[in-house]
Design a protein. Structure first.
Length: 247
């Protein structure tokens, strides 16, 4: 059975961005793992970290990340994938103090990328047949750090499909940054006809995020319909031939 590992910064990014492709791989008999980097529960959050859960309608005493991990497990079931959660804290717990900082430069004291890279080396053993990872479109620091870690940890001979970060890719006016654009343009584009119904079902499982990201379930449906079923990725290396990756 061929194996694919999707590297997701947060508990929703892979499903939002390439859920249709992941579902098609699973339907074609691939073993699909969604490995999410930043999933650690942090007790007694404060400041911006606390605000990030209060603005989702959750009380201060709630374990926000435990709720999100449960959502991710449900989303993965809808994709036919299994979740794998790495124990790293999101950017608001690493000194990024407001929304502007999340999309600004990586802090000099944010040394998460080497730690994440070592964790990914373990994830890649045994070696998968394909990795899917973000391009960091939009410039969110957690996405950027994961790309840096993946570029260091992925063996040169291991093929990678770099997915386009959604919904940031649909909002170029508010999230124009593409820190790895030059490297990505050097790779060939792969347009995959994803399973749109499975992607929608998986995205809908992230109930805590729908209002914030899309204005609710109806907004999610509209955003996905506007995006369409084709998921655009950049191919690095010899991507395995599979009907699941056809355009």
């Amino acid at each position: 059975m061929p194996r694919a590992v999707a590297l997701s910064p947060h508990l929703d990014d892979a499903a939002f961005s390439c859920g249709g492709t992941l579902a098609r791989l699973a339907q074609a008999g691939w073993e699909v793992t969604v490995c999410t980097a930043f999933t650690r529960s942090v007790p007694n959050p404060s400041g911006f970290a606390l605000a990030c859960q209060l603005d989702k309608g959750l009380p201060a005493e709630a374990d926000y990340m435990a709720i999100r991990r449960a959502e991710d497990a449900a989303a993965c079931r809808r994709l036919g994938a299994r979740p794998l959660w790495l124990p790293f804290a999101e950017a608001p717990h690493r000194g990024y103090a407001d929304a502007r900082a999340l999309f600004g430069p990586v802090r000099r004291d944010d040394a998460i990328a080497p730690l994440l890279g070592r964790a990914l080396a373990d994830v890649f053993c045994p070696r998968p047949d394909l990795v899917l990872a973000p391009q960091a479109v939009g410039g969110h620091v957690d996405h950027v750090q994961l790309v840096l870690a993946a570029r260091a940890a992925v063996p040169e001979s291991l093929p990678v499909l770099w997915w386009t970060d959604f919904p940031y890719s649909a909002r170029p006016q508010s999230h124009p940054a593409q820190p790895f654009a030059a490297a990505m343009r050097a790779l060939s584009e792969r347009a995959v006809e994803g399973d749109m119904a499975a992607r929608h079902a998986a995205c809908a499982a992230y109930a805590t995020q729908l209002g914030f990201q899309f204005g609710g379930a109806a907004g999610l449906a509209r955003a996905l319909a506007e995006a369409g079923a084709v998921e655009r990725l950049r191919a690095q290396g010899a991507v395995p031939a599979s009907p699941a990756l056809a355009g």
